[in-house]
Ligand binder design. Structure first.
Ligand SMILES: [Zn+2]
Ligand SMILES: [Zn+2]
Length: 216
């Protein structure tokens, strides 16, 4: 299960970085261009409530002769806030699903420690193939969602813990959108005439195809 494990651990590391980037982008709005989305009614209601609260704060502060707190700061990006909250909720559910199977007495971690906890449980989760599949596909979905919210549509995650079984280079990438592992060595050919790599395309594996391969 070593390859699944390393691909899944790679996903978790990427998701952790995306969550940090999401938190950083909540106020700054410095993400790449995204297609404009109409706000949902819940978002509109939240926006209205936030604006009302800010107005109330401003009036209360003005009554005391003070400038409002946070004046001039970029408004909170509610779509990013929703995405960040949804991902944390799904991560918490995933942590419980793993713990139920491999460490049922473990208390839930704080939100800040969710990714660390899942990383700690991955080696045990990887021993149960149905659980590992679930963890892998959930992390893939959440990483993709976080990336899309940040306007980062590069779905590739480098796999550093395993060499290509064909060319032995440290050149494997996991495509989190299609759940395929490909070798990025342009010269890599498996020698099968019917394989896509014989046409000059990248040789590709499903993560499950590489189970049992030697890790680096
Ligand atoms: Zn290769
Ligand atoms: Zn091939």
């Amino acid at each position: 299960m070593q390859t699944e494990l390393t691909a899944t651990a790679g996903l978790l590391a990427v998701l952790d970085r995306r969550l940090i980037a999401l938190r950083a982008a909540l106020h700054t709005g410095d993400r790449a261009q995204r297609p404009a989305q109409a706000p949902t009614s819940v978002q509109l209601a939240a926006r209205g409530a936030l604006a009302a609260a800010e107005r109330w704060d401003a009036q209360a502060m003005a009554a005391r002769g003070l400038a409002p707190i946070g004046a001039g700061k970029a408004p909170l990006d509610l779509a990013l806030l929703d995405t960040h909250r949804d991902i944390l909720l799904d991560l918490a559910a995933l942590e419980r699903a793993i713990a139920d199977r491999v460490a049922p007495t473990l208390a839930p971690p704080s939100r800040e420690r969710l990714t660390r906890r899942i990383a700690d449980l991955l080696p045990l989760a990887s021993l149960l193939s149905d659980l590992e599949d679930h963890v892998h596909s959930e992390l893939r979905r959440l990483t993709w969602r976080a990336s899309a919210a940040l306007g980062d549509t590069t779905p590739l995650v480098r796999i550093t813990a395993m060499r290509c079984p064909v060319c032995s280079a440290l050149s494997l990438r996991l495509d989190t959108e299609r759940d395929l592992i490909t070798c990025f060595n342009a010269a890599c050919r498996c020698g099968e005439n019917l394989c896509r790599c014989a046409d000059g395309r990248r040789h590709a594996w499903r993560p499950s195809d590489l189970i049992g391969q030697e890790a680096v």
